[in-house]
Write a protein that binds this ligand. Structure first.
Ligand SMILES: [Zn+2]
Length: 334
């Protein structure tokens, strides 16, 4: 899933996301709540209509940003008090409020409000975080079930009932991960996410947590790993049984001139590409590789042309989506 933080996958207009055949994008609840505000989006008919994106949207719970962008947050049983990173104003998110915001946005897949455990965290800290995440998962589910039909566009799309996924936490402790997964499965969500990864832990540990947690989540429901990864990682995780992933890497790296290609990573700012007439990736069939040279992309980013971000992002997203298409074809054949 390409990440569309603030109702935009940075540098890429929606018609080009469709041309890339992105099936679903992610929106960030925290950012949209602060700006332009979920009530404004609700009044304008929901996020799909607001940004003119007719395909599915998954929203995160806001929890991850509250924890990663707010040094001064205050967590209580009821929820989290935090200050806006935009203007310092004070806000409060509870599981119920997170559901209310996600429903107002018109999300197709909403995420339970969780406490993302930082890394490293000792066992006591991870245990506490896990317990509060489980209680918040139940409150999220109760509120979501009671209000999920209050989506902004009324009844015309009422058959498209939105879903709420639970999120497995538990730090880097395998037994806590298993316990969290089992307790969430008892609550019976239509899909499950593994959260609290890509928070600074070594890659081998990420892989181990995924491998040990997956068997405790039902294989016939979507299993989503949040916030990963490099192209080889997403292919590996998909082969292990992960159905969904999101990551800012293809879009963020593109804006810094880092291209993911069949020949490995290409830093397009490098002087050696100044007169390179080859496409960014000779094996890629995307709209950028079909038309432009490495020399041109290097010039654009060196000259700080806005088009650099657009073309680099388009290629990286195409490369990621192609990677997943290949894995899907491989799985279908096996
Ligand atoms: Zn390409």
């Amino acid at each position: 899933m390409p990440v569309g933080t603030a109702a935009s996958v940075k540098a890429v207009p929606q018609h080009l996301l469709e041309a890339l055949d992105a099936q679903i994008i992610l929106g960030n609840t925290y950012h949209l709540y602060l700006r332009p505000g979920h009530e404004l989006i609700r009044n304008l008919g929901g996020l799909h209509r607001f940004m003119s994106w007719p395909r599915p949207i998954l929203t995160d719970s806001g929890g991850f940003q509250v924890f990663s962008l707010n040094e001064l947050r205050k967590v209580t049983e009821n929820g989290v008090e935090f200050r806006s990173h935009l203007d310092g104003s004070s806000h409060f998110f509870s599981p119920e409020h997170s559901m209310e915001v996600q429903i107002a946005l018109g999300s197709d897949i909403a995420m339970a409000f969780d406490e993302c455990t930082e890394y490293p965290a000792d066992r006591t800290r991870a245990r506490h975080s896990l317990d509060i995440t489980l209680r918040w998962a139940m409150r999220s589910k109760q509120h979501f079930e009671a209000h999920k039909n209050e989506r902004p566009w009324g009844l015309e799309l009422a058959d498209q009932t939105p879903s709420l996924f639970g999120i497995v936490q538990g730090g880097m402790y395998l037994d806590l991960r298993r316990e969290c997964a089992e307790r969430l499965v008892e609550m019976d969500f239509p899909g499950y996410a593994i959260g609290g990864l890509s928070v600074g832990e070594p890659r081998e540990l990420t892989r181990e947590i995924i491998a040990e947690t997956l068997p405790h989540l039902p294989a016939d429901k979507p299993r989503y790993v949040m916030g990963v990864g490099y192209p080889d990682e997403i292919a590996e995780y998909a082969r292990m049984g992960v159905d969904m992933m999101d990551c800012v890497l293809p879009t963020r790296a593109a804006r810094h001139g880092l291209l993911f290609t069949s020949e490995g990573r290409v830093n397009i700012k490098n002087r050696k590409y100044a007169e390179d007439q080859n496409p960014p990736d000779p094996a890629c069939g995307c709209m950028v590789c079909a038309r432009y040279t490495r020399a041109y992309l290097r010039h654009l980013i060196t000259a700080q042309e806005p088009l650099a971000a657009v073309l680099n992002t388009l290629h990286n997203l195409a490369f990621y989506l192609d990677t997943m298409r290949r894995v899907r074809a491989e799985i279908e054949l096996s």
